[in-house]
Design a protein. Structure first.
Length: 101
């Protein structure tokens, strides 16, 4: 029973950084999912896969896992690399790429 502590990335429909500051603790699956033969649905007997605990900081999540005796793995978030560029840089004469319409 190992838990994963991480800060989820924003989804594809999200342009801002709202709801990405909290840390999530969720259990890794103990057994693989099975395909139900009659309907073809994917099922699992692992009830811990449904548990998701949200924390404000990484330290709170680690403290909870330690206090509860849960083995855990912390994954640090990858910060996006931003290029400093103004809109007017698109129209420079010394632009690297060709400007075409």
């Amino acid at each position: 029973m190992t838990a994963r502590i991480y800060r989820p990335a924003r989804n594809a429909m999200q342009s801002g950084t709202a709801k990405t500051e909290r840390w999530l603790l969720e259990y890794e699956p103990e057994q693989p999912r099975q395909i139900e033969p009659l309907m073809g649905w994917t099922s699992s007997a692992d009830m811990r896969s449904q548990v998701k605990l949200w924390f404000d900081t990484e330290d709170e999540a680690v403290a909870y896992a330690t206090r509860s005796g849960i083995a855990y793995r912390v994954e640090q978030p990858h910060m996006p690399k931003r290029r400093g560029m103004a809109y007017s840089d698109n129209f420079k004469f010394n632009r690297v790429g060709q400007w075409t319409h």
